[in-house]
Structures are given as C-alpha cells and as structure tokens.
Design a protein around this ligand. Sequence first.
Ligand SMILES: [Zn+2]
Length: 99
Amino acid sequence: MSRPDEALGFPLPLTLGHEGAGTVAALGEGVTGLALGDPVAVYGPWGCGTCPMCAQGKENYCTRAAELGIRPPGLGAPGAIAEYMVVDDPRHLVPLGAL
Ligand SMILES: [Zn+2]
C-alpha cells in the first residue's frame, strides 16, 4: 500500500482551499497595480505564464504546468484556508473592487 502523499503526487500535510479571496496584506518587490488592502480573489488554475495557452489567459490549459511542477493552490500547493496565502504572481489575483 502506498503512502497518501505518494498516491496524490504532492507532499502532505497540505493546506486546502482552491477558491481563495481576501485582501492584499503584503506586496513583493516590483509588484504594480495592487495596493495593500485591495480586495481580491485568487485565480486558481496557475500556469507557467509564458506558453501559448497562458499567453491567451488560459492558464487552466497550460502546456507546461506539469513539466514545471506548478500545482494550483489548495490542489497540490498550499491553499487559501489559512490566515495568509502566498500568491506567486499578481496575474493570479482578480481585483474585486467594491464587490
Ligand atoms: Zn503555461
């Protein structure tokens, strides 16, 4: 019998939460277009950002995600059911405005 993390293909324990929303609590170096406190949703299907599908805004069809080991938050990478979540790129945040 295989271990659960071997069967899933990613390490456990894992923070779940693939449909995240919250407010920006910190910004990485060079990030523009976002400000502390901005309400955002987290776009879940992360891709490489550079392949033809990602370039069309279709990261859920990224042709390189598996090869690069990119896993969606909450579905193989730490997710949103936590006080804070690290988002790797501002393109994965959807501004919510006054919603
Ligand atoms: Zn891609």
